[in-house]
Structure formats: C-alpha cells, structure tokens
Write a protein that binds this ligand. Structure first.
Ligand SMILES: Cc1ncc(COP(=O)(O)O)c(C=O)c1O
Length: 401
C-alpha cells in the first residue's frame, strides 16, 4: 500500500483557491481573504506558508488544536479498522465512548442520541421534547443561536436568519435573556420545551446568571416542560465539561457538538431515562450518527481533555486572558466577559477593523455580532500563546489598526 499523499493535485495559490470557491459555492459566507491549508498545535498556516495563532479553534471546534499526535494516531488506527457502522449494530468504540460520557453527563441525563452536527443535536432535542410532552410550542431566548435547520431555526432568535424561511415549523416565543419575570410570563402548560445556552455564544458571549438558570429550571418543572441546555458552543471549554452543570443546573436534555470530537463531525443529545422511555423505536435516526470513526474521535478527545488536565487549564488561562484584557484599559473596549476559554471582548465601535488588525499581525479570532470579538482558543494553549495574544491585542488596540 502506498502512503504517498497527492498534495500536488490541489490548487495552491490563494487567488486560485478563492476564485474556485467563489465561483462554485453558493455565496452564503463572507469569506476572509486567506486560505488555511495546514495546522499544527495552536497554529494555522495559509497557502503562502504564513503562520497564524489560532484563537478561534474554527468556531470552537479544535480544542486539541491541530494535528494532535495522539488524536491523529487514534483516528488513523480507526480508519484502518472500521469507519462506518450503523447503530442497528453494536460497536466496541461506541460502547467505550458511551461509558466515557457517563463520567461527564449531568446526573440522570445519560441516554444518548448521536448525530453529526450541532443543528442535528438540537433537532433531535426538539423532536424528543414534543413527543414526550405531546405539546408543540417552545420558549427560547433573545440573542439565542441554535442552528439553521428548520427546527433549530425556530429556536434561533436572529431575524436575519429567520425571515427568509417564515413561517417556521415550531411556534417559539423569544424572551429577554437573564430576565426571570419575562420567561415566567412566557412559559405555560402548553410549552413543550424551554431552550437556553448557559453562555450565549453567537449572541456575543453572555453568561446566564445563576438565579436565572435556577428560575428557568423551576419553571420547566412546574409546567411539565422539557428544559434543554444547548452546550454546543459552551461544552468543554469553560473550565468544566458543561457550563450548565457547573452552574448547578440539571437540564432534562443536554445538546453538544463542536468540540466533542475535536473537529470530526458529531452531535450529541443526552436525555433523561424518562424521556428516553417515552420515545417509540424509530422515532428518530441517522445513517452516519454513531459511526466508529466519529466515536473514536470523541472518545480520544474526551480522554485527552481529562488526562491532560485541560479543563483546569481552560479555567486558569481563560481567567488570565480576561484579567489582562481588562488591565489594558483600552478606551476602545466596553467590556470583557466569559468563562474559561470562551471569551468576548465587546468594543465601542465595529469589530471588523480590529479582527482585520489581528489577522494582519498573525492572530485569528472571530466576531460575535457587530461589536464583539470572540476568542475560542484551543484548550492546549500554554502561557506562551496567551502572552502572544495579549502582545498583539495591545498593539492592535493602541494603534489605528
Ligand atoms: C449554541 C449553538 N447551538 C447550535 C449551533 C449549531 O451547530 P452546527 O453549526 O454544528 O449545526 C451552534 C453553532 O454555532 C451553536 O453555537
């Protein structure tokens, strides 16, 4: 068997790559003007060989960074063993992952449905809530983001995403985040589910207050509604596996994706025994969901996060980043907030020029709305990467970009 990789056949210049993508893809994304072709640890490389500090993990995915040796070795082994395997058959790696999930799942929320993306994890949660309660309506939060498939979009708040597709299939009321009275007025005995992000991600990195979460938990119980925690972005990187659990809340359903398999597509919907028992066989399914390659990717990711102490590292480094950004006392910064390595820096003016300034100086970060710069670094960052980010950030904030 040849191990030769045919890199010579790929387009190589940034112009060529972007021209092909722009002329062949539906123009749904505002593309940046670089092409990322390689990653190593906490760094990404573009088609010209330029190095960037990765402060975004590709939207919160690559928690182990890029080309992590143990992760790459495990996936390579699995590729040569078994890649595809439907859930109507058992699989050794899937069984091992399920046991590993037991160690991080919220108490009593141990039954899983495995899929391939965040939106699919939410879609399953919404279907399960409707089947369990026999109700249709949901209550969600303003600024909340839950994905773009039609069910997930019903829960997502932003009109820009919703408007072209109205009427959406699930009637949803969106209430102000962290407003216990507003949500109490919206939930009633016809509510199938309340869905929330413990730390809103796309909405600008807004952590939920502990009192608000407690009130929401009580409301769901009182009205017989299912409480869905969307930990698709907040999962793993906030100093604990799940931010809702760390805040003392036990949801009825917990969804996660993104970081769970460090970049291999996956979605996970964890539910209580009671919800699980209410679902008839065949109520949901997925061809790719639970395939051995994805299961191995998630299994290895969770083992590395735990064994290398990366939850603790995320807490320590994240607190330091927030503190050091605040200490810059930049007149351009309105606020810095977040938990662990899920950090938002809200500016007084548009975020784009600062993002551009960071990219020009070799740091890749993300926007969250117009005003917020979002940092979702790999959890393998060390002190050197934190120092590098702060040095560049100080330069960009103090200059004219
Ligand atoms: C909180 C949250 N929920 C759901 C999603 C949707 O996940 P995906 O893009 O994998 O469908 C995202 C993606 O950004 C998210 O941040």
């Amino acid at each position: 068997m040849s191990t030769q990789v045919s890199t010579g056949t790929f387009p190589s210049s940034v112009t060529e790559i972007l021209d092909i993508e722009r002329s062949h893809q539906i123009p749904l994304y505002a593309k940046r003007d670089i092409a990322l072709v390689r990653g190593e640890g906490s760094y990404l490389y573009d088609s010209d060989g330029r190095r960037y500090l990765d402060a975004m993990s590709n939207y919160g995915v690559a928690v182990l960074g890029h080309a992590h040796p143990r992760y790459a070795q495990a996936l390579s082994e699995q590729l040569q063993t078994l890649t595809t395997g439907h859930q109507s058959f058992g699989n050794d790696v899937r069984a091992a992952l399920l046991l590993e999930l037991d160690t991080i799942a919220p108490e009593g929320v141990l039954r899983s449905f495995v899929s391939n993306s965040g939106a699919e994890a939410i879609e399953a949660a919404l279907k399960f809530s409707q089947a369990f309660t026999g109700r249709h309506k949901i209550v969600a939060l303003r600024r909340g983001y839950h994905g773009r498939t039609l069910g997930a979009l019903s829960a997502t708040a932003d009109k820009k995403y919703r408007d072209p597709f109205e009427p959406l299939p699930i009637p949803a009321t969106h209430v102000t985040f962290n407003d216990a009275e507003a949500i109490a007025n919206a939930v009633d005995d016809e509510t199938a589910a309340i869905i929330f992000e413990p730390i809103q991600g796309e909405g600008g990195i807004h952590p939920a207050d502990a009192d608000f979460l407690k009130a929401v938990r009580e409301l769901a119980t009182q009205h017989g509604a299912v409480l869905i925690a969307d930990e698709i972005q907040s999962g793993f990187r906030t100093g604990a596996p799940f931010a809702s659990v760390a805040a003392g809340i036990t949801p009825d359903i917990l969804c996660t994706a993104k970081a769970l398999a460090n970049g291999f597509p996956i979605g996970l919907t964890l539910v209580t025994e009671e919800i699980s028992a209410s679902l008839p066989g065949g109520a949901h399914g997925s061809t790719f969901g639970g395939n051995p390659l994805a299961m191995r990717a998630a299994y290895e990711t969770l083992r590395i996060l735990r064994e290398d102490g990366l939850y603790e590292r995320a807490a320590t480094l994240g607190a330091q980043i927030v503190e050091r950004i605040s200490a810059l006392e930049s007149p351009k910064v309105r606020a810095v907030r977040g938990r662990g390595l899920m950090i938002g820096m809200e500016l007084k003016a548009k975020a784009t020029p600062v993002l551009r300034g960071l990219q020009d100086r070799g740091v890749l970060a993300l926007p969250a709305g117009n005003l917020v710069i979002r940092f979702l670094p790999p959890m393998i960052w060390e002190q050197a990467q934190v120092d590098e980010l702060l040095t560049v950030l100080e330069e960009v904030l103090s200059g004219g970009e």
